[in-house]
Design a protein around this ligand. Structure first.
Ligand code: KG4
Ligand code: ZN
Length: 333
């Protein structure tokens, strides 16, 4: 009966989770409000906040699971990709704990963990499947052959989908992170009112920086004529921007599903919470005959349960890390 502690600290969420015998017992996440006033994550402040949060978060996860640290059989931690300073805090903590307890260490790839979050709870996709991972830092279309064998079909060449939401939301004057707020406002707006350029490229790649620029110039022009333009058209602007981002994602997803012949399609990452994307994928699934998998929101945004789940697969495969392991901010999938 394996008891595992997992730690996540790649960006601005400090997470700890405990698994016993393959079951998730606790999943604790502390966010960092400190970044709100800057309109984005400030790396130096993120690592300092991780230092403050990590011990209380780990303690809470162990307590909620009813586990003493001496009962742990292994410690897992996110190795990358992410912010170097943030990753270092989690890595040093996990390595020290594993060393002190004399237990093995597992180093987990954050992007694989987002995908493997699908295996925390039922319903679970069967391998192979296609996964669209959309977060604040990444946009990837991945063929998932097994827990340890994944291949990127396409990815963003500039901004991530979450960044596209957050940056355009900022142009509309919405506070950071704007994605969820833009989503909410979009629900009462007309998605076809303002046509913005889609970012689906040849093949399976994405580009979202053009959308941001196009929204910027459009708003400049319109507010020069009417200073209250944004205020008066906020819902339609949000709906139109969301529609553009979602259509871009769906276009590439559909192309990839058709080319690979995969009928099991999964969403992962924080943007999987977006209502337009969820509805769009469900509608496409009906038309194309796909089975769609979307994890609970708790497992979509950054969390340590997904890191623990990925580590369980690695444990089975004997893929352990040494004390010499260091974080890799640009770790590839
Ligand atoms: O996966 P995540 O928690 O962190 C990263 O690893 O980046 O994703 C956060 C991103 C942010 O950009 C946030 O604005 C976006 O997910 N997001 C949303 C929604 N909820 C979260 N974007 C659009 N609509 C939402 N409902
Ligand atoms: Zn993430």
């Amino acid at each position: 009966m394996l008891t595992l502690l997992a730690i996540e600290s790649s960006c601005d969420d400090t997470g700890a989770a405990v698994f016993r015998n393959g079951q998730l017992l606790s999943n604790v996440v502390a966010g960092q409000a400190v970044h709100e006033q800057y309109g984005g994550v400030v790396p130096e402040l993120a690592s300092r906040a991780h230092q403050q949060h990590l011990l209380p978060v780990v303690t809470a996860a162990l307590r909620q699971a009813g586990i003493d640290k001496n009962d742990l059989d292994a410690v897992a931690v996110t190795q990358g990709p992410g912010l170097l300073g943030s990753l270092l805090v989690g890595n040093l903590f996990a390595k020290s704990l594993a060393l002190a307890l004399g237990k093995p260490l597992l180093a987990v790839n954050h992007m694989r963990a987002h995908i493997l979050a699908h295996f925390i709870r039922e319903p679970k996709p069967a391998f192979p499947f296609l996964c669209l991972t959309v977060s604040g830092g990444h946009t990837q279309l991945v063929v998932v052959r097994s827990a340890l064998d994944m291949e990127i079909l396409g990815q963003t060449i500039d901004d991530a989908a979450g960044e596209a939401f957050d940056k355009t939301a900022k142009l509309l004057g919405l506070p950071y992170p704007g994605g969820p707020r833009l989503d909410k406002l979009a629900q009462t707006g007309n998605p076809r009112r303002f046509p913005f350029p889609e970012g689906a490229l040849e093949g399976y790649n994405f580009s979202f920086s053009g959308l941001k620029t196009s929204v910027l110039y459009f708003l400049k022009k319109e507010t020069a004529a009417n200073p209250r333009f944004v205020e008066e058209n906020l819902a339609d602007l949000c709906a139109s921007i969301q529609h553009t981002i979602v259509q871009t994602l769906l276009r590439q997803l559909k192309k990839a599903a058709q080319a690979t012949g995969l009928h099991q399609v999964a969403l992962a990452g924080g943007v999987a919470a977006n209502s337009g994307l969820r509805q769009g994928v469900q509608a496409l699934a009906q038309a194309e005959g796909w089975d769609v998998f979307i994890p609970d929101f708790e497992f979509c945004t950054d969390n340590a349960a997904m890191v623990g789940q990925a580590a369980l697969f690695q444990y089975e495969a004997g893929d352990f890390a040494s004390q010499l392991t260091s974080p890799d901010p640009r770790l590839k999938l």
